[in-house]
Ligand binder design. Sequence first.
Ligand SMILES: Cc1cc2nc3c(=O)[nH]c(=O)nc-3n(C[C@H](O)[C@H](O)[C@H](O)COP(=O)(O)O)c2cc1C
Length: 412
Amino acid sequence: MLRFLTAGESHGPELVAIIEGLPAGLRISTELVERELARRQKGYGRGRRMQIEQDRIRWLSGIRHGYTLGSPVAFSITNRDWPHWEAIMSASPPEPADLEAAGKRRLACPRPGHADLAGGMKYGHRDLRNVLERASARETAARVAVGAIVRQLLAHFGVRIASLVVALGDVVAAPETYSQVDSSSGGTVGPLPISSWWQQVEESPVRCPDPDASQRMMAAIDRAREAGDTLGGVFQVVVEGLPPGLGSHVQWDRRLDARLAAAVMSIPAIKGVEVGIGFAAGSRPGSQVHDAIAFDPQRGVYRLTNRAGGLEGGMTNGEPLWLRAVMKPIATLMRPLPSVHIDTGESAAAAVERSDVCALPAAAVVGEAMVGWELARAWVEKFGGDSLAEMEQNVRNYKEALRRYIGVEWAD
Ligand SMILES: Cc1cc2nc3c(=O)[nH]c(=O)nc-3n(C[C@H](O)[C@H](O)[C@H](O)COP(=O)(O)O)c2cc1C
């Protein structure tokens, strides 16, 4: 079983995470983990904090000379701004000067759309910073590092994960730039290969494969910033190289579509997930939704279309997996919405913290990490093994069984 936990406050000294269940003998590249951390920090519309941080990973356990040991992998990510926050966030009872500093950063007018008020009422905090500090999406840095570690396991077996921004505010990327579009209906029938849009997306400050839409998305962010407002949008995650049979139809909590949706919905500000054509399936007849099955001695079994998003019956079906998620606009507004002071109940503007105008490109990177995490979990469940060599043998056996399944041998 693969599992992880994170800890750390947004302005605390470190974020930490522990992953348990990785096989021994997996090569781990620190450079690849830090590259993913840097991808999360990029994106047009981010706040000043992203420039100070330049996240770095500090390994604490579970890896020796570049390889996993099979023991828990633990790491930390240092908050480079900690000296400015030490008095405010100190773990020990504060000195009078620290108390004054903490008082200045007290949050007492909850921000609509944040955990502030519900968390304050639930935990009895009079300083809503005690909620904000953990609810903040700073925690997703640790998740991206976890994702970057398990992606190295998946990549070892040829699995590739990528993401792109489909829509930001009311600007929509042209579907032809990243999807196969049916010429007669105009509907999406599946994703284009990652290799056809990946470079364009990585070079776009908003992770959009359509250069014209990229420009309009950045202009929309500029307008929102000037208005003291914020924007959200929709991103898509695509995964290639998955075998059929990850997840299972036999029990509700083993259905991979449900697990992936939960993993992606756990990202702060994600309000909906759709698998494949998702909600569009509700308005079409079955003949224009389901994906016909074909066989080719070179390819094996495959689908003529991939509207299902590579998942049927809660399992991968061997086609590329694709899903989308919607992110609500950032809840900290520079022109704040009305709120109340928790001491008096009097009307007051909601608190304002340093904040992003739009974090959709970063959320897409976090989406890759969470999808990678859930797939790695399903992978470990299916193929098991305490060492990578044992897992490799299990994967070979399964692929061999798949080749015999249709009753005709085909190339791998
Ligand atoms: C990568 C990323 C960065 C975020 N940055 C901010 C931010 O700078 N300011 C903010 O108010 N919310 C930000 N959010 C969103 C909040 O964390 C989120 O809306 C809040 O915790 C409430 O959770 P909920 O929206 O899921 O209910 C960000 C989310 C993500 C995924």
